[in-house]
Design a protein. Structure first.
Length: 261
């Protein structure tokens, strides 16, 4: 019997149904990028969080050998109510995000896969996704897990960033990675004005009390951090570092032995 062909493509919607069945039979991990479509100042497109999460997942899948990996089509809309005052933003309610993830993950499981890792690209999704993974693990009887590419790749980002030590919003980090991954979408003529206050992501915030704060009360131009020093070279190093950190995590194993078999 001839050996099964090696499949070098990792993107779910670039693969055929027989190829996906073969990957499910190999117990491939499915990465599900979860992003947002929201304002990113005057210099970046609204799809940044979606595009970067998917880009890191694609790069990680190519590095994860011998672990077989499939990258599902991204969830391009998340929880972005705080950006609505700027316009250009699409947002979901929490129940809608719950229902969407339940149905997408349920479809992945019905296709024969067992292990799903949600890879988040938007700070505003962090808290909700952790709670939703708890609920969906029970509802779907499947070992779901979640990370954010900027969490698993925190050290890789900090090693490159010069004006900040973690991602902010439309900042040096996001702008550099955008210049590396989709340079034609960056409005470089706007970069001289792409500077705003220093902020913490929800996952990094140590404030004793949480309040809902519209982003237009934080920054007038939609930017937090300083994007003026962004370069494609920095972005390539950050994307590669985050992808390597994610692929290392996949090879090390996310699920307990009783579930990861």
């Amino acid at each position: 019997m001839p050996n099964a062909p090696v499949i070098s493509e990792h993107r779910w919607n670039h693969l055929t149904a027989p190829e996906l069945r073969a990957l499910a039979a190999r117990d491939a991990v499915v990465l599900l990028p979860v992003g947002s479509t929201e304002q990113h100042g005057a210099h970046l497109p609204t799809g940044v969080d979606d595009f970067l999460a998917a880009e890191v997942c694609r790069r990680a899948a190519a590095l994860a050998d011998p672990v077989p990996v499939v990258v599902a089509p991204s969830v391009w809309c998340g929880l972005a109510e705080h950006h609505m005052p700027f316009g250009g933003t699409l947002t979901l309610s929490l129940p809608t995000l719950h229902a969407l993830l339940r149905d997408v993950c349920g479809s992945v499981l019905r296709a024969g896969f067992r292990r799903i890792l949600l890879v988040n690209g938007h700070g505003g999704n962090v808290t909700a996704l952790k709670a939703l993974v708890d609920e969906l693990t029970s509802e779907l009887s499947a070992p779901l897990a979640v990370t954010s590419y900027f969490t698993v790749g925190r050290q890789a980002l900090a090693d490159v960033l010069e004006t900040q030590d973690h991602l902010m919003h439309a900042c040096e980090g996001e702008t550099s990675m955008s210049l590396a991954a989709f340079p034609a979408l960056v409005r470089e003529q706007e970069l001289p004005e792409a500077v705003g206050p220093v902020i913490s992501l929800q996952s990094e915030d140590t404030s004793p009390v949480y309040r809902s704060v519209p982003f237009d009360t934080v920054t007038a131009n939609g930017t937090a951090g300083d994007a003026r020093g962004a370069t494609a070279a920095k972005g390539e190093r950050m994307l590669d570092g985050c992808a390597r950190a994610l692929s290392d995590l996949l090879r090390a194993g996310i699920w307990p032995p009783s579930e990861d078999r």
